[in-house]
Design a protein around this ligand. Structure first.
Ligand code: ADP
Length: 543
């Protein structure tokens, strides 16, 4: 027997409708690409998104399944574009400008992008790329008439002209909640990037999940700033969780340096924000240089995308009085998979034991199931010591990649193999040991590169550290620690090894420390172990 409840498809534009109807005066504050700060309400964002939707249908020919790319910073225009295109059954494909040109042309052609919405910043890039993008019909430049550049881009349309042509009272169509609405490619450290295709239903459910109290706890009292770009794994759902909670949004636009982020945090009276550790390192450096600066409104900081060093977490908690939520996830998971929010049981623990848990990647919220297995697929115990392959299931987790690529990551029972190696402890806290391809295999045992890095970053004078396994005649691999010093700091190999001593098992101690000016990063801000291993391929340990 079926229940007698209304059919209310979970469509993303209903999220924006809710924000406009019930939180209509709530603000979206942005740093515009043109420069000045820009303020708009949800009511207006909704009207402009509807106008864009109707114009996108009429002028760009957007219909069910049309893929529209965006290469844009976090601003109100990008938000309108997401909702407007998705609301007429288009698919928004977010492009990461930090990808190499060859990767960009590959994914634009692979996805079948029809039009590209671009910020002014990237007009020169697309002028170069467009000969290699034969399917792309034209470009919408996300600015107003006064700032329209002279450009060789084909069929260049001014965004504000397009919105002005549309109908702000356009009625959204209703359709199946399983309709595709968003697309994001993984950064593809090995082989070509693979496409992940989100649906309306998965985005709405995931947006609700992220707003839960034991996740990011987003409410209408919050002012939320996604520093994580909308092109990085769905901006961790904040473009959905914010409006569905009625939280005000603060969009940092193109400037992500410490001083600019600080300005947006204070100007926007931000209560919750989210980004990768490197962004927070830049902010903390700026704050250290200017000790009079404080963060009185900032209640919590969500940190994920790569393992967050203890020093970064402690700086927020102990110096600035903001809580920190360590989160883990991936593009394939929309992306949140776990968060390190406190449980009732933790109240009984000593402060350092609570910290040990807080530093881990945390527990899965409802709608994510996870397990660790050995290579044969046998489930491993939650003892905090045994590590295995981390596998996940849920309604906002990919069931396959676009065009069926990478099928081996999905098993017959519907588990997705994340490619990460992890432990799960008796409190249910999951801890990422490494990406499977980055663990250091020494004498048949595994050394966690992430643990070495996190402890090394706590050594005074160390700005950033990366551990890689390099060939060793006796042990198969041994760790090399690559270190970037803080500007002007005097720090030696002896200092770094002295700092690690006693904090890791003896056999985990790096065989050498190499100082470099810079550690290479991927397009999503992670340490690029692949590039680093290539840089050190001729290196030999001191015998
Ligand atoms: P990409 O593969 O495109 O760089 P993702 O941003 O989807 O993009 O990366 C997902 C991977 O990032 C995870 O599989 C994991 O290895 C790593 N990761 C994400 N968050 C954390 C975290 N908090 N701690 C450690 N690793 C993390």
């Amino acid at each position: 027997m079926l229940g007698l409840m209304q059919d209310f498809p979970l469509l993303v534009h209903r999220v924006l409708d809710h924000a406009a109807r019930w939180h209509g005066d709530t603000e979206v504050l942005s740093r515009s690409v043109e420069g000045p700060l820009h303020r708009i309400t949800y009511r207006e964002v909704n009207r402009r998104a509807r106008a864009l939707a109707s114009a996108a249908r009429a002028r760009l020919g957007v219909a069910s399944g049309t893929v529209i790319a965006t290469m844009a910073w976090n601003t109100w225009r990008h938000l309108e574009t997401w909702y407007g295109i998705m609301g007429v059954q288009g698919i928004v494909h977010t492009l990461n400008p930090r990808l190499f040109n060859e990767q960009l042309t590959y994914i634009i052609n692979h996805a079948g992008d029809q039009w590209i919405f671009t910020d002014l910043t990237f007009v020169p890039l697309f002028e170069k790329l467009q000969p290699d993008l034969p399917q792309v019909k034209g470009f919408v430049i996300m600015t107003d008439a006064a700032h329209m550049p002279t450009t060789t881009l084909r069929n260049a349309i001014c965004y504000e002209d397009l919105v002005a042509e549309g109908d702000p009272d356009f009625a959204w169509p209703d359709f199946d909640e399983n309709t595709a609405c968003g697309m994001c490619y993984t950064s593809g450290t090995t082989g070509h990037p693979k496409g992940v295709l989100y649906s309306h239903r998965s985005n709405v459910l995931h947006g609700l999940m992220c707003a839960l109290c034991d996740a990011m706890a987003i409410s209408s009292r919050d002012r939320i700033m996604p520093v994580v770009p909308m092109f990085h794994a769905n901006a961790w759902s904040i473009a959905f969780s914010g409006p569905l909670s009625g939280a005000a949004m603060v969009m940092p636009g193109p400037k992500l340096d410490g001083a600019s982020i600080y300005e947006m945090l204070t100007e926007g009276r931000v209560t919750i924000t989210a980004a990768v550790p490197t962004v927070w390192l830049m902010l903390l450096q700026h704050l250290e240089k200017n000790p009079e600066l404080k963060l009185p409104d900032l209640d919590r900081v969500v940190i994920g995308g790569s393992a967050c060093p203890e020093a970064v977490m402690k700086a927020f908690v102990e110096t600035y009085g903001s809580d920190v939520v360590h989160a883990w996830g991936m593009t394939e998971m929309s992306p949140i998979g776990s968060l390190s929010t406190a449980t009732a049981r933790m109240a009984a623990l000593a402060p350092d034991e609570r910290w040990t848990l807080k530093l881990k990647q945390g527990r899965p919220p409802f709608m994510v199931d996870m397990k660790i297995t050995d290579d044969e697929g046998k489930t491993l115990p939650h003892d905090g010591k045994t590590f295995g392959r981390l596998k996940v299931k849920g309604p906002a987790i990919a069931s396959s990649y676009f065009k069926g690529e990478g099928a081996s990551a999905f098993d017959a029972e519907g588990w997705f193999d994340t490619g990460d190696v992890a432990t799960i402890d008796e409190h249910g806290f999951m801890n990422i040991t490494d990406r499977a391809k980055d663990v250091i295999k020494s004498g048949g045992e595994w050394i966690s590169s992430i643990d070495l890095e996190n402890i090394a970053v706590g050594c005074p004078g160390v700005l950033e550290a990366a551990a890689i396994g390099l060939p060793h005649p006796k042990w198969d691999e041994r760790p090399l620690l690559v270190v970037v010093k803080k500007p002007g700091a005097e720090v030696t190999k002896k200092d770094v090894l002295g700092h690690l001593q006693g904090k890791v098992a003896k056999w985990w101690m790096p065989d050498d420390v190499a100082f470099v000016g810079e550690i290479p990063h991927t397009a999503t801000g992670k340490i690029s172990k692949l590039t680093l291993r290539a840089q050190f391929k001729d290196y030999r340990f001191p015998s």
